[in-house]
Design a protein around this ligand. Structure first.
Ligand code: ATP
Length: 384
């Protein structure tokens, strides 16, 4: 059993959390007392709070029946509830946009490396011991008597201070190879450093081609999260130092040209966010289009065998390979003087495709006109 450190953060919470959030945490704690279960807020929320970043995704660990508690909490908070019986987890969506994930304190036993975990009931510290990195193992008690007590079982506070990403045990990446992507993502997001020992374990796991054995659904999820980071170029550059981007496709070469393409996508996304109300655009997909720009259809189909993108996303990615060139040619050769003419050229294409194509087009003035097109067509569509 690890040596557990505790620290009373109840006073600090009052100064760092907005009052509505503090009240919510107290309400959860009160209900937990009533239902005689222990409740902790864990992971990213606690980590980000100590770094000084807002995080509105609340992860709760319940020592007791999480599903029953989620139903009680749904009533108390008048929220929407989604239960996942296979993993014994639940998700509450509050009217104010906050989301609360609930899980039973658990350990996981892996049937074989890289398989989905089999869940079995256990206590908080055991639950925390199956997490990815020390900085994600902090828990904050919410029950009334212990409200605001920070539980640090794996030297997480030390690693946060020293800006270090560190796994909890040597087989971590063998158990779940997607943690490699997570390590790089957190390292680059927070400007931390993956510690030397952990880096060596990543290299050893990659050497064993472990990423090829990763669960498809998890890989897809992590790739999307990675490309949705505020600065995907940093994450991609760092992944390249580990596996030369083989995890996406071996024919991708990280060079100046790719770096330039990713930077250009970042620019057009920035513009898009500034002028458009429709934030449902899949930013990750525009970055992926840039990353696979030099690949052919055969390569793309190989990517589809590794990641399970949904049918619609696959169709968009295929379309850009099959007919994107025609649009670029048309943009180049046909005089486009009015927004309506541009709209005609882009008709029927997903916003993600349009963003990528306009970004790629070398025609002067086309980006400016595209923004006007977005404001006129995309926003209007939303308003109707
Ligand atoms: P973010 O700020 O990106 O949402 P997060 O830490 O909240 O970061 P999630 O992906 O929402 O990350 O996961 C919630 C928690 O679940 C994490 O803090 C981590 O402890 C745990 N977790 C998620 N994925 C894994 C994994 N592959 N292996 C072990 N633990 C994981």
């Amino acid at each position: 059993m690890p040596k557990i450190k505790t620290k009373d953060l109840s006073k600090k919470l009052k100064t760092i959390l907005p009052i509505h959030l503090l009240d919510l945490l107290r309400d959860i704690g009160e209900l937990a007392d009533k239902k005689k279960v222990a409740v902790y807020i864990v992971g990213g929320f606690v980590r980000d709070m100590l770094i000084g970043i807002s995080n509105f995704d609340i992860d709760l660990v319940i020592e007791g029946d999480a599903i029953a508690f989620s139903k009680d909490l749904k009533e108390k908070l008048n929220a929407k509830l989604k239960i996942s019986p296979r993993f014994k987890t639940a998700k509450l969506l509050l009217n104010n946009g906050l989301s609360i994930d609930l899980a039973m304190a658990r350990t996981e036993f892996y049937a074989y490396p890289a398989a989905l975990p089999i869940v079995e009931s256990s206590s908080l510290v055991k639950d925390l011991s199956r997490r990815d990195f020390t900085i994600n193992t902090l828990a904050l008690s919410l029950n009334k008597k212990t409200f605001g007590i920070l539980i640090d079982s794996f030297e997480a506070s030390r690693d946060l201070k020293q800006k270090r990403i560190k796994i909890l045990h040597d087989l971590s990446f063998m158990d779940d190879p997607t943690r490699i992507l997570r390590a790089v993502r957190f390292e680059q997001r927070f400007n931390f450093r993956i510690d030397k020992y952990t880096q060596n374990l990543i290299l050893a796991a990659i050497d064993k081609k472990i990423l090829k054995k990763a669960e498809k659904f998890r890989m897809t999820n992590e790739l999307i999260l990675l490309l949705n980071e505020p600065n995907p170029l940093k994450v991609i550059r760092r992944m390249n130092t580990f596996d030369e981007l083989d995890f996406i496709h071996p024919n991708i070469k990280f060079n100046k040209s790719l770096s330039k393409k990713i930077k250009a996508v970042a620019e057009i996304i920035k513009c898009y966010k500034k002028y458009c109300q429709d934030l449902s655009v899949k930013i990750w997909m525009v970055y992926l289009m840039a990353i696979i720009d030099d690949l052919n259809i055969h390569d793309l189909k190989e990517i589809f065998a590794v990641f399970n993108f949904n049918k619609k996303d696959k169709d968009i990615l295929l379309e850009i390979k099959q007919t994107g060139g025609n649009v670029l040619e048309a943009l180049h050769f046909i005089p486009v003087r009015k927004i309506s003419e541009l709209a005609e050229l882009l008709k029927g294409r997903a916003v993600e495709e349009c963003l990528f194509l306009i970004n790629k087009s070398k025609k002067t003035g086309i980006k400016k006109m595209f923004i006007e097109y977005l404001v006129k067509y995309v926003n209007v569509k939303l308003d109707n």
